[in-house]
Design a protein around this ligand. Structure first.
Ligand SMILES: [Cu+2]
Length: 307
């Protein structure tokens, strides 16, 4: 018994459709990859908060675009070969042994891509590592010799201390060694910083390894017990009552059970507002200390505090 087999559409038609689909797919992929605005801050690092974050982002994009072009070429060749040379019944594969010109070609091309990436990386690195000068309208305190400094040596320092599970900030250039004797103001979780000012962060930890990371303000830096690590940022825009400028971050090193709760905020103020905030914070801390001293005296006098 024989069944009637319906006529298959001609093979050439199939092939043309396949090629059209492949081309459309590749064009769509390339379009997406080359449209940074569609993905701003989504597949590329955040920008706009500090020049080092901008440099990290542009370096990342150069590598991403080159990788995307290589990806499209390799996958294109792969899919073309799969479709164009797919096995037919009874076909005998051609045996090919090497192609010297092709092999030298793709070795040299890959090496050239690596050389280009190296050059681009070394062009961007200084702007990521080295802090620039504060702007003329920024806040300038004093110089330091131990940490990375801007060319004119002037910056402000904020000490960042990671502990399970909160960030503590101490404000002022003596924050590393003289925080208590100088009665420097401090805050937890939310940092305040002046705009247009090069802010050097001295980062430490009191317990385990944490990682300071505010994506819009630059790269990640680990807070390692027993060591001081450094980073910097220089935020161009100050908060106004209508438009607060706040950057969000998160401890980026799994540091224990409540690691996820270890968030950080940085609010950028105008230099004048920043000074006013520092003064107010110092007042509040002094008031609280006075209260505690008073309470201790009362408790001690009434015999309710041991010792
Ligand atoms: Cu942590």
């Amino acid at each position: 018994m024989r069944h009637a087999v319906p006529d298959a559409p001609p093979r050439r038609h199939h092939r043309r459709l396949g090629r059209l689909g492949l081309t459309l797919g590749l064009v769509a992929l390339l379009g997406l990859v080359l449209a940074p605005s569609a993905f701003a801050g989504f597949i590329t690092p955040k920008t706009g908060g500090s020049p080092n974050a901008d440099s990290i982002s542009s370096l990342y994009k150069v590598v991403l675009y080159i990788a995307a072009i290589v990806f499209v070429i390799v996958e294109g060749a792969l899919f073309y070969s799969i479709l164009r040379f797919r096995a037919k019944k009874g076909a005998v594969a051609a045996q090919i042994h090497g192609n010297t010109r092709l092999e030298i070609g793709w070795t040299v091309a890959a090496a050239l891509i690596l050389v280009a990436l190296t050059i681009v990386t070394f062009i961007h690195l200084p702007a990521i590592i080295n802090p620039p000068d504060s702007s003329a309208n920024g806040l300038v305190l004093s110089a330091s010799v131990t940490r990375p400094t801007p060319p004119n040596g002037k910056s402000i320092t904020i000490c960042v201390q990671g502990r399970q599970y909160i960030w503590r900030y101490t404000y002022g250039n003596g924050c590393l060694n003289a925080a208590f004797s100088a009665k420097l103001p401090y805050s937890y979780q939310k940092m305040y910083a002046p705009a247009n000012t090069t802010v050097i962060l001295d980062i430490q930890s009191t317990d385990v390894i944490h990682s300071w990371w505010i994506p819009s303000l630059g790269g990640k830096v680990d807070a390692v017990p027993g060591y001081t690590t450094y980073t910097w940022f220089k935020a161009p825009n100050a908060s106004t009552p209508e438009k607060p400028v706040i950057f969000h971050g998160q401890c980026a090193q799994l540091c224990g059970r409540s690691h996820a709760a270890m968030t950080a905020l940085v609010q950028v103020l105008s230099p004048a507002d920043y000074k006013a905030w520092l003064a107010r914070q110092s007042d509040l801390i002094n008031q609280a200390n006075d209260q505690v001293t008073q309470l201790r005296q009362i408790l001690t006098a009434s015999g309710n505090l041991g010792g």
